[in-house]
Ligand binder design. Structure first.
Ligand SMILES: [Zn+2]
Length: 276
């Protein structure tokens, strides 16, 4: 045994052998899709919403009709966004702004750069995949940094839209639609362009890496099962088994940062071997 420790987990021989197999699958697959969730962000210091240490566990659940509230009173919703009165919003905002991508985010970005990862779908709104250098990110629940027109779905960097507290809400320069945060509120449909791109990616996937999420919430919950139905493989990366584990082709039990950076090494080695 030559356990090799990385940040906060011990890579024993059995786990490393499983990660090597996963790396070989990544190298030989035609179209690899990743699906990530809150667990990956937790490793960057962003608390989850629910469960122990969760933001809503601590501050209470927010109203479940955020989108309807926005539509009823867009100006009020914007004023709240500009100076949040809700403790959980402030706590989440502070955590997200302070967070940095971890080795898991960087490993996915490097897989993409090397042509080993075709698409990445995330349930996270924290922008950390992009900050790690990932180029094509499908953000099912939006991105907290961006703004979005609810009519034409155009996304805007905050620098592209003048947000004048005297003239709220801001309107879309293309279609004059209402502009809100890109983050998908409770009660708000997932933007159809993102959803379509997700289904398209999943339709092509012969391997899916699910990291930091048990994928129990629609639509993400469908994705791994769709890949399995079509004969593809699903690799789950999670510190604890989840509802997905019984169906997954392979569970790599450990934190995303440690497991994914090792997975990257094995995938590169397998890719080089295949080329030699
Ligand atoms: Zn618009």
């Amino acid at each position: 045994m030559s356990p090799h420790s990385s940040t906060d987990f011990i890579l024993d021989d059995a786990l490393d052998a499983a990660i090597r197999r996963a790396g070989e699958w990544v190298a030989e697959a035609q179209f690899v899709v990743a699906l990530t969730g809150a667990g990956l962000s937790v490793e960057s210091g962003i608390p989850p919403f629910r469960g122990p240490g969760g933001i809503w566990t601590k501050y209470g659940e927010p109203p479940m009709d955020g989108y309807q509230r926005f539509l009823r009173d867009p100006r009020g919703a914007w004023l709240e966004r500009l100076s949040p009165k809700e403790d959980w919003m402030r706590a989440l905002g502070d955590a997200v702004r302070a967070a940095k991508p971890n080795a898991g985010h960087h490993a996915f970005a490097e897989l993409e750069r090397r042509g080993l990862l075709a698409a990445l779908i995330t349930q996270n709104i924290d922008d950390l995949h992009r900050q790690a250098g990932h180029r094509h990110v499908l953000e099912i629940h939006g991105n907290h940094r961006l703004l979005r027109c609810i009519e034409c779905n155009a996304r805007f960097d905050p620098s592209e839209i003048a947000v004048d507290p005297e003239r709220l809400p801001p309107l879309c320069p293309h279609c004059s639609g209402l502009v809100k945060t890109d983050v998908v509120h409770f009660g708000e449909p997932i933007p159809p362009d993102v959803l379509r791109a997700c289904f398209e990616a999943v339709d092509h996937a012969d391997l899916m890496i699910v990291a930091g999420t048990s994928a129990t919430v629609y639509p993400a919950a469908e994705f791994p099962f769709e890949v399995l139905r079509r004969g593809g493989r699903v690799i789950e990366v999670n510190p604890e088994p989840s509802e997905l584990t019984a169906s997954a082709t392979l569970l790599l039990r450990g934190p995303g940062a440690g497991v994914l950076s090792r997975l990257l090494e094995h995938a590169i080695a397998a890719q080089q071997e295949a080329r030699a």
